[in-house]
Design a protein around this ligand. Structure first.
Ligand SMILES: NC(=O)c1ccc[n+]([C@@H]2O[C@H](COP(=O)([O-])OP(=O)(O)OC[C@H]3O[C@@H](n4cnc5c(N)ncnc54)[C@H](OP(=O)(O)O)[C@@H]3O)[C@@H](O)[C@H]2O)c1
Length: 251
């Protein structure tokens, strides 16, 4: 089966392309540096020729509110139009658990706009809602840092390893379209502040974490269950402590 992975050179995309090829699929890694650009349209029609499935795991180069909205709207419109032209039978997109619950986040408003375009299109689809990746803990800590203090709200947090996300997205991509959302999450639930504290300790980082219910997460206030799945999520297998023990180049 020919499967085009938009963002196939990124964190999730590169793992997904490797897995699909190991399982005998004709997986094409599509990204600007492989000659496929969903914003300009460069290389898109050629990449999609003969494809059965398109998986969109791309991300915006800028997380500024207007830029990220423009990225996901333009990219998704161009992609869905090219898929209709090519006769693609399944569009899979990776989005974020809680997207519909956190409208104060500019990034999640952009992901919601991406999802609406997908739902309103004629292409059968599956939207995968993942929780935060373990690999994202460093970026979260940096964004929440003020001096030597990292302020994080003590809400529930159920992150997942990028390897487990790739496993779940592959399973969904080779299956039938669900025309809805599938939630995926890690195997354990933590307090957000405790998880970030543990990441810092494991990296001998001297910053201290303060549990602050009023600390915003990318511009948005969080409640107890904002970041955890609403329903029965498919769970990954990799535990955070086991992931931390992996050598850094492998994670
Ligand atoms: N981080 C989290 O915790 C989290 C949680 C849930 C869901 N997600 C979602 O997961 C998805 C993938 O995230 P990631 O961390 O794997 O992303 P990433 O590592 O930043 O990779 C982004 C990919 O998008 C490609 N890309 C950028 N502009 C493009 C364009 N104009 N046309 C085609 N491809 C383009 C990049 O290609 P180049 O390298 O050539 O620029 C790269 O391959 C995102 O949609 C995000 O919303 C993330």
């Amino acid at each position: 089966m020919k499967i085009v992975v938009i963002g196939g050179t990124g964190l999730i995309g590169s793992k997904l392309v490797t897995r699909l090829r190991e399982h005998g699929h004709d997986a094409l890694a599509a990204a600007p540096n492989t000659g496929v650009n969903t914003i300009t349209g460069e290389g898109l029609a050629g990449a999609l020729r003969g494809a059965s499935v398109v998986v969109d795991v791309s991300n915006s180069p800028s997380f500024e509110d207007a830029a990220v909205l423009a990225f996901f709207e333009t990219s998704t419109r161009n992609l869905l139009a090219a898929e209709a032209e090519a006769g693609v039978g399944h569009h899979v997109a990776l989005s974020v658990v809680g997207t519909e619950r956190l409208p104060d986040s500019g990034y999640l408003r952009a992901k919601l706009a991406q999802e609406k375009l997908i739902r309103d299109s004629s292409i059968p689809y599956s939207i995968v809602h993942a929780t935060q990746f373990f690999e994202f803990a460093k970026t979260i800590a940096a964004a929440a840092t003020d001096g030597n203090v990292v302020r994080v709200p003590p809400v529930l947090f159920q992150p997942i390893a990028a390897d487990d996300v790739a496993v779940a997205v592959e399973r969904i991509a080779v299956g039938k379209p669900v025309n809805g959302v599938v939630e995926v999450a890690g195997p354990e639930t933590f307090r957000f502040n405790a998880l970030i504290q543990r990441w810092l300790e494991a990296h001998n980082d001297p910053r201290t974490v303060v549990a602050d219910p009023s600390a915003r997460y990318y511009g948005t206030l969080l409640s107890e269950r904002s970041l955890v799945p609403a329903g029965d999520a498919q769970l990954g297998a990799i535990r955070f402590e086991d992931w931390l023990r992996q050598p850094v180049p492998q994670r």
